[in-house]
Design a protein around this ligand. Structure first.
Ligand code: ZN
Length: 297
């Protein structure tokens, strides 16, 4: 078989291998995305737990501060009762005022912090539920990958063997080129040359539509071992089977056989025709003779 035919066979198997591999690949990517998301969620959970602990400690600290301030106020109240002069009385009263204001602030802050503790607890709850949900999805993704591997595995192995056999028929240099183009074009390695206008010698790459020079078409149509890449998309160009040299030779042979047969038929017909003509002439002559005889009588 010609090199281009071998390349086309390799292309057919290669794209099947790629399609199946990509099914497994997609299932893997999906599972990996789920794993990544779970890792992120777990990290956020740890952060939320830390935040919650810090908030609780802060509330606890404020509670202690509030107790200390209350105790101090109580002490000052006693001192107020036992104060001996106006100046001392005023000073104690003033401190008590300041402390009361601070206590109010502490209470306000404690209320705010407690609210944040509650909010964080709620977030932890929602987060935990999300993680549980995501764990289920991860299990589904794992199952899908396993299913895909068992579905595809055997067929993929078969196709990979077939691919190796097809590749073995191709010289190393062309095989390396094929692999390079296949990676570049995600398996769309071969491109058929489209005949835009044969009379005006206009041709195009069937994949990227860029113009293909006449020389390329001429080389491909005279030699099926020519490996020529599209100048634009790098794909390996080929001609539709009826334009390939071996097919053209076959067609020409058939055409010749057809025309020979037609010629032979024609000859036979002509011969038969001539025979008929001679017969007719003989009949005519006989008729004439008969007529002459009758006239003479
Ligand atoms: Zn192209």
């Amino acid at each position: 078989m010609a090199l281009l035919d071998n390349l086309l066979t390799l292309h057919r198997v290669d794209s099947q291998v790629r399609a199946l591999s990509s099914r497994v690949g997609q299932a893997k990517i999906y599972l990996e995305a789920q794993e990544k998301l779970l890792t992120l969620l777990e990290k956020q959970k740890v952060e939320l737990a830390t935040q919650s602990r810090q908030l609780q400690a802060s509330v606890h600290g404020l509670e202690l501060e509030q107790t200390t301030a209350s105790e101090r106020v109580e002490k000052l109240r006693n001192e107020l009762n036992t104060s001996t002069n106006d100046k001392q009385y005023k000073a104690i009263l003033n401190e008590m005022k300041v402390l009361e204001t601070r206590k109010d602030e502490i209470v306000k802050r404690a209320v705010d912090e407690m609210q944040r503790v509650e909010e964080t607890a709620k977030r932890v709850e929602v987060h935990t539920a999300t993680i549980a949900e995501r764990l289920k999805i991860r299990e589904v993704a794992k199952g899908k990958l396993a299913e895909c591997m068992s579905d595809v595995g055997e067929r993929l192995a078969e196709l990979e063997n077939e691919r190796t056999r097809a590749a073995d028929l191709i010289p190393e240099r062309d095989r390396m080129l094929f692999d390079r183009v296949a990676d570049l074009t995600e398996g769309q390695t071969m491109a058929e040359v489209t005949i835009v206008d044969l009379r005006h010698r206009e041709f195009a790459c069937g994949e990227c539509n860029i113009e293909v020079p006449f020389e390329t078409y001429a080389r491909l149509s005279s030699n099926s071992d020519s490996v020529i890449q599209c100048k634009s998309c790098a794909r390996i160009l080929f001609l539709a089977s009826f334009n390939r040299p071996e097919e053209k030779a076959k067609a020409a042979k058939l055409e010749k056989a057809d025309s020979d047969r037609v010629k032979a038929d024609l000859k036979a017909e002509v011969k038969a025709g001539l025979k008929d003509d001679a017969k007719a002439e003989r009949a005519l002559r006989a008729d004439k003779a008969k007529f002459e005889k009758t006239r003479k009588l």
